[in-house]
Design a protein around this ligand. Sequence first.
Ligand SMILES: Nc1ncnc2c1ncn2[C@@H]1O[C@H](COP(=O)(O)OP(=O)(O)OP(=O)(O)O)[C@@H](O)[C@H]1O
Length: 436
Amino acid sequence: MTAFSPREIVSELDRFIVGQADAKRAVAIALRNRWRRQQLPEALRQEILPKNILMIGPTGVGKTEIARRLARLAEAPFIKVEATKFTEVGYVGRDVESIVRDLVEAAIGMTRERMRREVHAKAELAAEERVVDALVGQNASADTRQKFRKLLREGALAEREIEIEVSGGAPQGMPTFDIPGMPGAQMGMIDLGDMLGKAFGGQKRKRRMTVASSYEILVKEEADNLLDQETVTRAAIESVEQNGIVFLDEIDKIARTEERRGGDVSREGVQRDLLPLIEGTTVATKHGPVKTDFVLFIASGAFHLAKPSDLLPELQGRLPIRVELNALTRDDFRRILTEPEASLVTQYKALLGTEGLTLVFTEDAIDALADMAVEINRSVENIGARRLHTVLEKLLEEISFTASDRTGDTVTVDAELVRSRVGELAKDADLSRFIL
Ligand SMILES: Nc1ncnc2c1ncn2[C@@H]1O[C@H](COP(=O)(O)OP(=O)(O)OP(=O)(O)O)[C@@H](O)[C@H]1O
């Protein structure tokens, strides 16, 4: 759990997300409250429930991004779910508890990765011994082994071919079945898949490869041996219960509105199904029971038609913190293009840099891009900052295609280029609808 103060959390989020100060503050407080709760005596700790958040704002303005970055910062298990998915045809009857099951799976992956890092040093030694075995055989003298170990560490044997035994790994594409109305059945099938996976995974296969390429595989395998599944699962469940974050998108679409009477039964049904999860319940998963009492829920929606007050009162009560996210302005777009640490411009420069091509954006190109994104959002459909992705992709398509033949070149992107590549398209709403 991170011990960052709210101010520090906000400034971490500032590194990646432009503006939206209120939303950043709200999530920072929620995260800090978890830390505060952990400091309390057990009895009081059990009383303090998370204050879930409702983010209100148009599409593509950073709602998901804030939640996702927060989770990464907190090393918290995270999952994004569209609330509407539970109302779709074919999903009827699919229980919302699968959210928690999926969260546990995500947590297991994360926890294994974290623990693998922790046991890395030990695993490296064990892997080294296996490489030495493969090089000189198990019966070689201690002296010989030591000599080879030394050569190995110096990298002198990197290209030498060896034969090692590696485990087969689980077969790919094991089918799992979702039987409508029988949520438990799905678990059963996964269990079966796991069982078969283990049966196959237990088999060893001999493979020839260079010392260098064997190393990574062996370290991973040794690390897995050191990590017993039981410990990983227990830690993962603990981290879901204490740290988990669920991002519930499109919550407004399951609210009751005047306009959409027809589907109200299933929409309200989904709200009712979600309620216990948010209020705190115990969900059975194939890894054991998981309590959701302290999971943080961040619900989000545009609320163009429905209002938060159209949600079930109980649900409204469980989402007490309301934050509004602003629509992005031209200036925000300018900043999003260049300021965040992994901004789109930085990404494209780095990608094309791998081809030896230097990409330079002039100031007026950034202005032109921001103007164009605003214009297309206005004339076609407002998809927020996502528009920058589509415009930039179109702008750089040609350069991207030919970059491999242009090693050593410098390409300057200026306003003129932006206009010639995307300007005409942007003017034609019908065309932009398809292309931008
Ligand atoms: N304020 C912002 N700063 C930086 N990048 C942003 C910002 N807003 C959106 N983006 C970028 O735009 C894309 C879409 O944003 P995001 O997924 O957060 O949308 P959203 O608000 O959750 O919309 P939806 O409700 O449709 O999911 C992401 O790639 C994100 O990085």
